[in-house]
Design a binder for this molecule. Structure first.
Ligand code: ADP
Ligand code: MG
Length: 693
């Protein structure tokens, strides 16, 4: 190579990377040798665990060492279609290797040659065979790797091409700068960074791979925490709008509410008001289980903001939810002359324009909407507060876009984030590390505990009878299905998961004939969805068959039954969200989880649901059972992404907890310089939406 290799070297200069591969790497965000080094394998094939052919079970994916018995010929079936079969053996047994449309295989699989073959063993009537196994020649003096890395790629990239490109950049590991100071590495038993990176790509055994992973996850999480902490500092340094309670008439607002706030709500309001009266922007999360009354808390902040002469907005993840918030806020705020308008993409263009004009000239006080709120053509005259509901659906980046929108003459809006996804404390530190937290750990009084039962499809009749009785007594029922429509693929692969469309038809033509029903799913137009929801809320329909689009925030207090079909398909936190749609009034509510299959693990999960209604307990169980990956998963949509840490183990979260504080307290320490640099890079990279390495 003419150019001296550094981590900044564009991968175009790397041997074997031409135009096509360069473009493909580029799509993965890999531009430099350093990027490639940080592109860790998704998994590893344990090809070094070689077993005798005779020991492999039918269907087992395994590794065998074979010798070719005879040189065989390719059989042309038709045109380019061909099949190549060859007999191979080891000491224990013979078997056949089969390759379709790979005629070139005949050239290398000649008599007497030896290979390590990795693939799925099939045991049929005529003996054993492997179709298109992966082959590595066994040559004297060149040991084969125990683990073979699998990278997450798509054509035209191949595993082989990525492996050889990675081989070219591996020498860089030698000079890789350390991010964690030596003392931390020693205290926590970690590898040197370069060593860890090299082992991720070329692990030698299980233990060292685990240690490499731990080292890199540990580093990532520490850097991530530091980055969040710095982000927070920069927000705190900014100026905002100091609101005042004086002359706001806030007392009247609370008096006009149809209920008395719970203790937890009062506490949250107090914390929020204290923030709002400061010059620095608020960045606060209200975390409260479903039904804990987050909307009223938000409404009080919105009220205060408008009564101080400013505008506010509230962003929701779905149009249904936005429409519902608009209605609720109208109820709370319109009596005080506050003008709330909806702004969602499903609205006619003329209406949207009208609302936008009102926001620009200040005649609209509060805009409630979805992403449409943060498009470029929405301008506020004086935005001072942004409320983001159901935060887990929004990324930090979207939150930041909203904040940037609010930045005027060096001042930015206060931000209030609300989440109903209970996150165990250990994780919430990481996930919401950039926010202060108010906890709504108390439900409004008079709520009945939701009874939860596990049933099977055989119980359908009883379930339907139960729904009828409930409706006769003024109740309403949700029936949630995992799919929208039946498909052939579904019947084959899923063993018949319920689909909303088909089930709706079956029920409305069958057992529930004569009972008005609604159908709701994500493929409907926003306007249709809103109408269906409105009909159900108003009681025009009594049963709503739906997919998980109703999951978030929907509030119909009359609904007392929630039937979840194929409950085994859903995660615990999602089931908890769904169950939270009922039990919102004072009547007894019942949730029925219908099992349509699944294994022991899913049965255990459903048992957790049956045994507790506490969202935090559900979340802890979820964390225990599935690890933190899924919680990082809830921060999808353009969120911070980790190259390694999503698979890191949970103990790292608590292990890194104190480090960041220690580091921040001692920022001048030269030992930490690389760590701060890495945190800056992390933030920059995430601005541009790239993976962190
Ligand atoms: P979530 O926290 O899930 O967003 P909501 O704000 O939708 O909950 O409130 C759930 C229901 O509880 C609503 O019908 C709301 O009017 C009612 N509610 C809220 N606070 C109280 C309270 N302090 N007392 C009685 N009912 C309340
Ligand atoms: Mg809500």
């Amino acid at each position: 190579m003419a150019v001296k290799l550094t981590d900044k070297t564009p991968i175009r200069y790397i041997k074997g990377i031409g135009e096509a591969r360069y473009a493909a790497f580029s799509k993965l965000g890999i531009e430099t040798a350093g990027d490639l080094l940080g592109f860790y394998p998704r998994a590893y094939e344990e090809r070094g665990k070689v077993i005798p052919i005779s020991k492999a079970l039918d269907g087992e994916i395994c590794s065998v060492e074979i010798t070719v018995r005879e040189t065989s010929a390719v059989r042309i079936i038709r045109g380019k279609l061909s099949v190549f079969r060859t007999i191979v053996e080891d000491e224990s047994c013979v078997m056949e290797l089969v390759f379709f449309n790979m005629p070139f295989m005949a050239k290398s699989l000649t008599k007497g040659r030896r290979f390590r073959a990795y693939g799925r063993m099939k045991i049929g009537l005529y003996g054993r065979e492997m179709v298109s196994p992966k082959l590595e020649p066994i040559l004297p003096g060149t040991p084969l790797p125990y683990y073979v890395p699998i990278y997450k790629i798509s054509p035209p990239l191949t595993q082989k091409a990525v492996c050889s490109a990675v081989n070219e950049v591996l020498p860089l590991c030698e000079g890789l700068a350390e991010i964690l100071p030596e003392s931390l590495r020693r205290d926590h038993g970690l590898l040197k960074r370069g060593e860890a990176v090299r082992l991720m790509h070329r692990p030698t055994d299980k233990q060292t791979l685990a240690l490499a992973r731990r080292t890199l996850s540990f580093t990532e999480i520490t850097v991530f925490r530091l980055a969040l902490a710095s982000m927070r500092r920069s927000v705190e340094k900014g100026n905002s709008f100091a609101l005042t309670l004086k002359n706001s008439g806030i007392k009247h607002f609370f008096e006009a509410l149809p209920f008395e706030l719970t203790g937890a709500q009062k506490r949250a309001v107090k914390e929020i008001f204290a923030d709002l009266q400061r010059e620095t922007p608020m960045a606060r999360l209200v975390q409260g289980d479903v039904g804990s009354g987050k909307t009223a808390v938000a409404a009080s902040a919105l009220y205060l903001c408008v009564k101080n002469g400013f505008q506010a907005c509230m962003m929701a993840p779905t149009e249904i939810l936005a429409a519902q918030h608009k209605k609720t806020l109208d109820k709370f705020l319109a009596p005080f002359g506050i003008r709330v308008e909806l702004l969602i993409s499903g609205m006619p263009a003329a209406e949207k324009r009208c609302v936008r004009e009102g926001l620009a000239d200040g005649s609209v006080d509060i805009a409630v909407g979805t992403h449409a709120l943060i498009t470029d053509n929405t301008l506020f005259k004086s935005l001072a507060l942004a409320v983001v509901d159901e935060q887990h659906r929004f990324g930090v980046k979207q939150r930041k876009a909203l904040l940037d929108k609010s930045e005027r003459e060096g001042r930015r809006a206060h931000m209030l984030v609300m989440s109903a996804t209970p996150i165990p404390r250990s994780l919430s530190l990481i996930i919401f590390g950039d926010l202060d937290v108010s906890l709504l750990d108390e439900l409004p009084p008079g709520r009945q505990k939701i009874e939860t039962y596990i049933a099977t499809k055989d119980n359908s009749r009883e379930i339907h009878e139960f729904i009828k009785t409930e409706i006769a007594q003024g109740g309403r029922a949700y029936i949630v299905c995992p799919l929208i429509e039946d498909s052939e693929e579904n019947e084959e692969s899923s063993g018949g998961k319920r689909a909303a469309e088909g089930y709706f038809k079956e029920l409305s033509d069958g057992v529930f004939e004569g009972i008005p029903m609604g159908l709701l799913h994500g493929r409907m137009k926003p306007k249709e969805k809103a109408e269906v929801m409105a009909d159900f809320a108003a009681g025009k329909t009594k049963i709503l068959v739906s997919t998980t689009v109703i999951e978030v925030g929907v509030d119909v207090p009359e609904a007392t039954v929630m039937v979840i079909e194929n409950a085994e398909c859903f995660g615990l936190s999602q089931l908890h969200q769904l169950r939270g749609r009922i039990g919102r009034g004072s009547k007894r509510s019942v949730c029925i989880l219908v099992r349509g299959g699944g294994n022991d693990e899913s049965a255990e999960r459903l048992a957790v649901m049956r045994d507790t209604c506490d969202g935090f307990k559900v979340a802890e169980a979820d964390l225990e059972k599935r690890g933190p990956g899924d919680f990082f998963g809830v921060r999808q949509s353009g969120e911070f992404s980790f190259a390694c840490a999503a698979i890191g183990d949970i103990s790292l979260l608590s292990e890194t907890e104190h480090i960041v504080n220690a580091v921040l307290a001692d920022r001048e320490n030269i030992e930490y310089a690389e760590l701060f640099k890495a945190a800056d890079v992390f933030l920059e990279r995430n601005e541009s939406g790239k993976t962190v390495n």
